[in-house]
Design a protein around this ligand. Structure first.
Ligand code: ATP
Length: 452
């Protein structure tokens, strides 16, 4: 089994990720997050928000509507150029992204300009069509009168919801350039080949920062380097293995229509480098286009220098689902403890782990142990950084440890007969499997310190 199969099986078995609409045969490119997945994803988003917005005084947040005026997508260039090159097998009609199956093909592949070799379908050997650009925007219809419904688009990226609020934010807050606006939210793309668990979905979440700067080349170069470093460190600080991360600069023919420079943070997944987050120099593309299409003045006025200009934008755009998938893959280990004893362990950073602590009564049929364990559980729930805490009284203690290892719970707390006399518990650490006795009255602070 490769890592993708292992993660897919674990995700389903333990309640991280399920195929969308599964009991109806599924809906390609959609996924549902289960009880553990929803915690993991929420932790990723909270960490992002804390580091990008709450810990800084030069970034503010927004949460824009998913449904926006359709003119926004004309202005942003998405209706014209938000597309991927599609080829189809003339025999079995399977569709592929040309830039994924043809060596050295960029995303902006133009029909007839690329020598299609080998132009054979990998499934049946049939001949492939010439590539044609396929628009990824998902359409929807709003309104109550049949025939008068307005065609809109579910946003293909969350970025535009920020740019159309640039003026609102300048007018309603005290931000001054350089400053950023961050957002986390859903985006929708009619992907040609949704695949690889959540890696390429048709509905997914993005976490983004649009950082507005003076429109000067030097400034742009400085901030691109700054944000590349910041974003790489964020992943490293949350435990991703440095060996599995690198930057890749986009080639001229693959840059998006708005980008002046673009770098991807890539993660090595199953032996292949895959995009996880993009850092883009968008120039003044977005604001100048929205200014033109809306007829509103979107320029920035610097009171001190009396300069008026349209700022440049440096963007960092990451996928929450891709990050979650890569955090899972990076944390996945199979360890041989002895000849007969193997464990699967998710060595997730404690701040990302779905449950921070598991509480066990040694035996589920001894009321005194269960009561004491319930008291410990309640006590720990008053420490917010330890939430959520899971209760487990099934099977024997060894099985419970294995079950918690497999979902990445960093600490297990066992209440045994000694606990009744000495008011202490056993704390077992996930990665080292070391055990320690800790007094109940010190337990909350002890675990909080560890999780920090
Ligand atoms: P790709 O080349 O893989 O299609 P992209 O270059 O179009 O991706 P961007 O438009 O830069 O991606 O989106 C920013 C981030 O959003 C990506 O780095 C990725 O993490 C996430 N993302 C984009 N498309 C998807 C998708 N279909 N499913 C899940 N995450 C996605």
């Amino acid at each position: 089994m490769d890592i993708l199969e292992k993660i897919t099986a674990l995700a389903k078995r333990r309640g991280f990720i399920y195929p969308g609409s599964e009991i109806y045969g599924g809906l390609a490119g959609t996924w549902d997050y289960g009880p553990l997945g929803v915690e993991l994803k929420r932790n990723i988003k909270n960490e992002y928000w804390r580091s990008i917005v709450q810990k800084r005084n030069d970034v503010v947040g927004v949460d824009a509507a998913i449904m926006m005026h359709p003119k926004i997508w004309s202005a942003s260039g998405h209706l014209e150029s938000f597309s991927d090159p599609l080829v189809e097998c003339k025999k079995c009609h399977h569709r592929f992204r040309a830039d994924h199956i043809l060596p050295n093909a960029g995303k902006n592949l133009k029909p007839k300009t690329y020598n299609l070799k080998p132009n054979q379908c990998s499934d049946c050997g049939g001949e492939l069509t010439e590539p044609k650009q396929f628009n990824l925007m998902v359409e929807a219809y709003l309104g109550i009168i049949e025939g008068e419904k307005q065609k809109i688009y579910l946003r293909g990226e969350i970025t535009q919801g920020v740019h159309v609020n640039f003026k609102n934010i300048i007018d309603s807050t005290r931000v001054k350039i350089p400053f950023g606006i961050a957002q986390i939210g859903k985006a929708f793309r009619n992907e040609i080949t949704p695949n690889t668990l959540t890696f390429r979905s048709r509905e997914f979440e993005q976490m983004e920062l649009q950082f507005y700067i003076k429109p000067e080349k030097k400034e742009a170069e400085h901030w691109v380097e700054y944000w590349k470093k910041e974003r790489l460190n964020w992943y490293l600080n949350l435990g991703l293995n440095a060996k599995n991360l690198h930057f890749r600069e986009h080639k001229d023919d693959e840059r998006a229509h708005y980008a002046k420079a673009a770098y991807d943070i890539e993660y090595k997944f199953g032996g292949e480098w895959k995009e996880m987050e993009g850092i883009h120099h968008r120039g003044d593309w977005d604001l100048s286009r929205h200014q033109e299409y809306s007829g509103k003045d979107l320029s920035y006025f610097n009171e001190e220098t009396r300069e008026k200009y349209l700022p440049f934008v440096i963007e960092t755009s990451g996928g929450v689902d891709r990050a979650a998938l890569f955090f899972l893959a990076d944390a996945y280990f199979e360890e041989e403890l002895s000849e007969k004893d193997k464990r699967i362990v998710l060595k997730l950073h404690p701040r990302l782990a779905p449950y921070k602590v598991a509480v066990f009564p040694l035996l589920p049929n001894k009321p005194a142990l269960v009561k004491k364990a319930r008291d410990v559980y309640s006590l720990l729930t008053t420490h917010y950084s330890l939430l959520p805490i899971v209760w487990d009284d099934r099977g024997n203690i060894g099985k419970r440890y294995r079950a918690q290892d497999e979902i990445g719970t960093p600490y297990c707390v066992t209440i045994d007969f000694n606990s009744l006399e000495n008011d202490d518990v056993t704390v077992r650490e996930r990665d080292t499997m070391k055990q320690e006795r800790v007094k109940i009255k010190e337990l909350g602070d002890y675990l909080e310190e560890k999780i920090k």
